[in-house]
Write a protein that binds this ligand. Structure first.
Ligand SMILES: [Zn+2]
Length: 352
């Protein structure tokens, strides 16, 4: 079972196809846009356009290169995703482990290409950057081009800790070898170190229309959704096909964190104050934003469910959504999660 086709984004695909065909596609790009909007899927489309035997350009879809990309088995397509559960301590062993774990993720995505979000603790470890360096030192295996995708780049551990990894990555981004194309994706450009960001050509990815989300849900989900559930997901998606998929079975850690957060708010000031102090500080800002995303999704679902049944609760829910959005915007800047948690809990409990 291969990657699902790209739905929507027609104008963007035209533009990307033309840039690829002109031979001037930048070697280091950053795809930026909201969660689940299709940044990594579009990066894979570009990879296909680069590795297409009739390319570079809009991928033909029929050649061996295209088919290998669509089945995630092209030797010159490297897709780095955040990982968790690394055990090795010795650097060379860590690189091997990263290679194995990435292999497992890719095998799972070949089986089911509608991937879930990585868990809140998953990171691109230093060993992933080392693996990237090793790959780049080799020539492409099959042709003269290769594509390297680094999804959720804000999860790079170099962000916080390792100068060595940051320097290695910077060097790669500054001067990629000929024929090597790196595409990073992130929800927020400011979540990346300025030194990294400044070496990337940014490309903004916007949401798709409701019609494209609906078409995707109608054609690509197995078993198909009941009509009512399908419309609920279209509404929740807000132009993001990923959100429409994830709205089906949100059980990951951000959703659980959101449920725990709401329970703490209900428990009263002592309970939420203690929970706020228990928040991990700076390093966990990404997890805090993800909890807020999950919280927004819950509140919006509440809004949809109550629209007909309980109209009096709507102003409070809307105000709650506004508050969460405000804190979420602050969390992209420099707000400490502990403080953000406390401010939001206090604001939400005042609404009850
Ligand atoms: Zn092709």
């Amino acid at each position: 079972m291969g990657l699902r086709p790209v739905y929507g984004h027609a104008a963007l695909l035209d533009r990307l196809g033309a840039t690829l065909a002109s031979g001037r596609f930048p070697q280091a790009t950053l795809f930026v846009g909201p969660a689940g909007v299709g940044k990594q899927r579009l990066a894979l489309w570009v990879a296909q356009g680069l590795l297409c035997e009739n390319g570079p350009g809009t991928p033909c879809g029929n050649c061996q290169g295209c088919r290998q990309v669509l089945s995630l088995s092209h030797p010159d397509l490297h897709w780095f995703v955040p990982l968790s559960g690394l055990k090795a301590t010795e650097p060379d062993k860590q690189v091997e482990e990263v290679q194995e774990l990435l292999g497992e993720v890719m095998a799972a995505r070949r089986e089911n290409p509608l991937w879930e979000e990585p868990d809140g603790m998953a990171r691109h470890p230093l060993a992933s950057v080392r693996l990237l360096q090793r790959l780049i030192a080799l020539r492409p295996f099959q042709g003269d081009r290769r594509a390297i995708i680094l999804g959720r780049a804000e999860r790079l551990v170099v962000q916080e800790a390792s100068q060595e990894a940051a320097n290695a990555l910077l060097k790669v981004l500054e001067e990629p070898p000929p024929g090597t194309y790196l595409i990073l994706t992130a929800r927020e450009p400011h979540a990346l170190l300025p030194t990294i960001r400044s070496r990337l050509v940014p490309l903004r990815v916007l949401g798709v229309g409701d019609a494209a989300v609906r078409r995707f849900l109608e054609r690509e989900l197995d078993p198909p959704l009941a009509k009512e559930e399908l419309e609920r997901r279209v509404l929740l998606a807000e132009g993001s096909i990923g959100r429409a998929i994830w709205a089906g079975g949100i059980s990951g850690s951000p959703a659980q964190a959101a449920a725990e957060f709401l329970a703490a708010v209900k428990g009263g000031p002592e309970r939420w104050a203690a929970a706020a102090l228990g928040q991990p500080p700076w390093a966990a800002r990404g997890q805090f934003s993800e909890m807020l995303d999950a919280l927004l999704l819950r509140l919006r679902e509440g809004l949809v469910q109550r629209a007909g049944r309980d109209p009096e609760s709507l102003p409070r829910l809307l105000e709650a959504i506004r508050l969460v959005e405000q804190i979420r915007a602050d969390a992209q800047g420099n707000v400490n999660p502990q403080l953000g948690f406390a401010v939001l809990a206090s604001g939400l409990s005042a609404l009850r």
